[in-house]
Design a protein around this ligand. Structure first.
Ligand SMILES: N[C@@H](CCC(=O)N[C@@H](CS)C(=O)NCC(=O)O)C(=O)O
Length: 201
């Protein structure tokens, strides 16, 4: 099976998929898509104009959550969703919150549409503030049973949370000790740390 991941430096949604693929030990070719290509030639691959996309023997999948669900179903190995239905639902709850509620409104294209008047610095500050406020809401319902976000094992919830927290830091937000600890715990586990895509921080 030939996998090609269309990704972009600094893309939060792509980082989730890369981290999952690396953790599961699935090999793929990574294609870097430039900002210009996103709006031109790449539209033939993904008409949404967003990365990531994953080509599986020429069939293109898009939307990070759908891609990761596919990886989960199509490849054997360690689950990233958990084993129990209730745990899986909880992992999906966190991923959905991060993907839809936290990530989408601070997406560059969304902000450009709704707040075209903002300077780049103001946009960054706003994006960071939105992420940290939302992470505050998430905090009481995660890491209750272990240092992992949900349950007692590493899941997609950890990947989604750690990636969006790093994005807030990249936007210049102040560190949050709870999320620093969560990230450092993940980085303290070799298999997880080795799977983390190249760090921009
Ligand atoms: N819901 C989509 C979001 C994808 C998305 O927002 N991708 C961003 C990078 S993280 C992108 O391609 N942005 C293109 C742009 O801003 O022009 C997913 O989960 O894959």
């Amino acid at each position: 099976m030939e996998l090609v991941l269309y990704s972009a430096a600094g893309s939060n949604s792509s980082e989730r998929v890369e981290w999952a693929l690396n953790y599961k030990g699935i090999s793929y070719n990574r294609v870097e898509v430039t900002s210009q290509e996103l709006q031109t030639s790449y539209l033939a691959i993904n008409p949404f104009g967003y990365v990531p996309s994953l080509s599986v023997d020429g069939v293109v999948l898009s939307e990070s959550m759908a891609i990761i669900e596919y990886i989960e179903e199509a490849f054997d190995g360690r689950t990233l969703l958990g084993n129990e239905p209730l745990v899986r639902a909880d992992v999906r709850r966190v991923c959905e919150f991060v993907n839809s509620t936290i990530h989408s409104p601070q997406n560059r294209t969304v902000l450009r549409f709704f707040r075209p008047e903002l300077e780049e610095d103001s946009k960054r500050a706003l994006r960071g503030e939105w992420i940290t406020r939302s992470l505050d809401k998430l905090r009481p319902s995660i890491c209750l049973d272990s240092r992992f976000a949900i349950g007692r094992q590493f899941t997609l919830a950890d990947i989604f949370i750690a990636s969006i927290y790093k994005k807030a830091l990249q936007h210049g937000s102040a560190p949050i000790s709870f999320y620093d600890s969560h990230l450092n715990n993940l980085r303290g586990i070799e298999r997880i740390a080795n799977a983390e895509p190249t760090r921009l921080d």
